[in-house]
Design a protein around this ligand. Sequence first.
Ligand SMILES: C[S@@+](CC[C@H](N)C(=O)[O-])C[C@H]1O[C@@H](n2cnc3c(N)ncnc32)[C@H](O)[C@@H]1O
Length: 296
Amino acid sequence: MKKNVRDERINTGTYVEAVSGQKLDQTHPYYSGRTTNRARQRAESEMDRAMAPSGDTVANVHSGTDSTNKTLLKSDALYTYILDTTVFPREHECMRDLRLITDRHPKGFMQSSSDEAQLLGMLIKMAGAKKTIEVGVFTGYSLLATALALPEDGKVLAIDTDRDCYEVGRPFIEKADVAHKVDFRQGTGLERLDELLAEEDGAASYDFAFVDADKPNYVRYHEQLLRLVRIGGTIIYDNTLWGGTVALPASTPMSDLDTRFSAALRDFNAKLAADPRIEVCQLAIADGVTICRRLI
Ligand SMILES: C[S@@+](CC[C@H](N)C(=O)[O-])C[C@H]1O[C@@H](n2cnc3c(N)ncnc32)[C@H](O)[C@@H]1O
């Protein structure tokens, strides 16, 4: 039976070892996430081979699934399939060009994934959002997805401490003819959001917010955004599963940064789950994406 295979792997230490070796310390958690997937995929293939029926009978693909293991995220090949089938063919050419340029940037790993950007655009359109906030721009891939999804009179207020990275992406935003929707403000998210709260028409005036920076301060951003986003509005947080590390035992060896960020995100996820002011939904897309809808 395939049931609870992931739990068994955690217990036998396979999963933990896969992400807690030296490589994890040398690399960013995104890479550890991939390592985890590959290790899981290898182990799963072995298990599948061991369980393969000897006769002609082919098991139903959903046999052995229940509420604890019904996920499709099992292989790099599946992810490539999703990108090649549904994401890349519909990616705006300016987004594709910016993505490929950013992939060559020394910190290119920070760029949001294409399927996540597609999700952002879809959510913005479904919400009919006009006035949005982004904290954490980098070279602007998710910002461009946002600007393209907004209506002609929509605006995204984009905040980042680093203007140079934003300048890398600005020509692509201009080429896509959406620069008039972008209001870039340099500075820390906490400071800039406080300024918005101090503005006469700031509170409860935003339809949508996306936070992808300064993870240890997510709890504070949440308090600010619950005042800035209107009731019924949407707040999205990125990286909430931090390479899968939030599910590892706290004693798992990791870099200082990963230990700190992972603990902060575990705390944040628990707080969101218990927050009666929002509806919340955790997606296992990209590095973990959490969708919140303001209720009160
Ligand atoms: C993960 S990247 C954002 C990626 C971006 N969403 C994209 O699609 O490419 C995080 C960004 O947050 C910025 N940053 C870090 N600390 C910040 C803070 N306290 N306030 C605002 N931005 C910050 C960094 O300069 C970096 O550009």
